[in-house]
Structures are given as structure tokens and as C-alpha cells.
Ligand binder design. Structure first.
Ligand SMILES: *Cc1c(COP(=O)(O)O)cnc(C)c1O
Length: 233
């Protein structure tokens, strides 16, 4: 499995997909999703220019942090329990999974304690799937308006994990996200700076780019199949 080849392949596809819809490929961030990937392989990807990495578990992020903090920007892309916010608040560049008032309260409180402003994306459950986290599309703008009082949170945009179906079938959901994102840009609120629309993973990033994504999150496409350790090992 050649990481460099994979990265070059993805970059070529980013250019192609952006070109199709007259977008500048340089405005699209390729976030390397490094869950289950070991430090050496992450360092390899970093050496090929991928400085921004996404982790989805607090424990794993904290374990890797000392080895990579000087080389990378950590992004937190997984579901975040309120009682774990304190462990990552000063380690990550952005939290991608803001989806409840309780979580917002906690992020705001911990950010204040550390004297920082935390960049967050609001996670949208775009297809209303039972198995997924996130705010429903119809509730998203109202939810964000309710966050105005949190001065140590900056809402930088929206994130979604699309349904796991063939890429072409996901397109309507990506369109829905783009529509919401454009609505958010029209919301005038002191702690909103709608800059990022994060959608698209290994299977569907090309379609996501055609529909307006500017942060794509790719794991297997870069590092190959994930090897999960067996319970108890
Ligand atoms: C694992 C993960 C990804 C990457 O998925 P791949 O299919 O391996 O590219 C993206 N986003 C989130 C939130 C993830 O948990």
C-alpha cells in the first residue's frame, strides 16, 4: 500500500472534480483521517504534505498527540461526549461534531477556561438516519441561532457524514447541505463565520466536491483498509 501514490491519486481527482464545476482546487482541504493508523504511517503522510489530520476518538487523539503535535494540526471529527471536551479543548484546531446545547455549553466553558475561542462545525444528520448523530436539516439554522450567547465558540460551518450508499445516490444530500451552508452564510451573528462545508469521504468525495465541499475527510483512500484491534487484544 503506497501512501504517496494514493495521495497523488486523490489530489488528481480533486483537481478533476473541482475543474468540472469551475472551482479552484486549492480551496479544498484534504483532511487525512488517521483513526487506527499508527504514528509512523501518519508521519509518512505528513511528509507528503498532509498536515491536517482527523481523529474520531478522544483517547486515541490524546495518545497520539505528543508524537505529532509539532508536525500536524489535529481535527476532532467524531462524536464528542461532554465529559471528554476538557481533554481535547486545547489540542484541536476544530471540532466537527457540535450537535447539542449541552455540548456547546461545555465547549464554551472549557474554551473560556483556556482563554481560547474554539472553532466548531455543526454536524448535520442530513438524511435523518437513526444511527447517526447530528442536528436535523430543518433544525440547523435555529440551532445555530441559539448558540449566539457562546462567545468562546466560533461556528465555522457545517459537517455531515452522508448515508453509506452509492456515491451518485448521495448527491441530493450533498445538495441539501450546500443549500443549508448558503443559508448559514446569510445569518448575521457575531460568532458565526461560515467558511467550511465538510462532506465527502473515500467513497463519495468526488461528488461532494462537485456539490461544494471544501473540507473532504479521507481515511481508507489514503491509508488502505483500517485494521481494528479485536476487543481484549
Ligand atoms: C472514518 C471517518 C472518515 C473517513 O472515512 P473513509 O471512508 O475511510 O474515507 C470521515 N469522516 C468521519 C467522521 C469518519 O469517522
Amino acid at each position: 500500500m503506497d501512501i504517496l501514490e494514493n495521495i497523488e491519486d486523490i489530489k488528481k481527482n480533486i483537481k478533476l472534480s473541482a475543474g468540472k464545476v469551475n472551482r479552484n482546487p486549492d480551496e479544498i482541504l484534504l483532511l487525512a483521517v488517521t483513526k487506527t493508523v499508527n504514528i509512523d504511517r501518519i508521519k509518512e503522510a505528513v511528509s507528503f504534505g498532509l498536515k491536517d489530520i482527523g481523529e474520531n476518538k478522544v483517547q486515541e487523539l490524546c495518545d497520539k498527540y505528543p508524537y505529532l503535535k509539532d508536525l500536524t494540526n489535529f481535527h476532532f471529527i467524531g462524536h464528542l461526549q461532554t465529559n471528554k471536551v476538557k481533554y481535547i479543548i486545547d489540542k484541536v484546531k476544530m471540532i466537527y461534531s457540535l450537535d447539542s446545547m449541552r455540548l456547546a455549553e461545555e465547549i464554551d466553558k472549557r474554551a473560556k477556561q483556556k482563554n481560547l475561542i474554539m472553532d466548531c462545525l455543526v454536524e448535520v444528520n442530513v438524511a435523518g438516519e437513526k444511527s447517526k448523530y447530528g442536528v436535523l436539516p430543518d433544525d440547523t439554522i435555529d440551532f445555530i441561532k441559539m448558540l449566539e450567547r457562546f462567545k468562546n465558540i466560533r461556528i465555522k460551518g457545517l459537517m455531515t457524514v452522508a448515508p453509506n450508499i452509492p456515491a451518485e445516490d448521495v448527491r441530493p444530500y450533498f445538495k441539501k447541505m450546500k443549500e443549508l451552508f448558503d443559508n448559514l452564510k446569510n445569518v448575521c451573528q457575531s460568532n458565526v463565520d461560515a467558511k467550511y462545508l465538510s462532506m465527502g469521504m473515500t467513497n463519495d468525495y468526488k461528488v461532494a466536491i462537485e456539490e461544494g465541499a471544501n473540507i473532504i475527510r479521507i481515511g481508507t483512500g489514503i491509508f488502505g483498509k483500517r485494521l481494528y484491534k479485536m476487543e481484549g487484544n
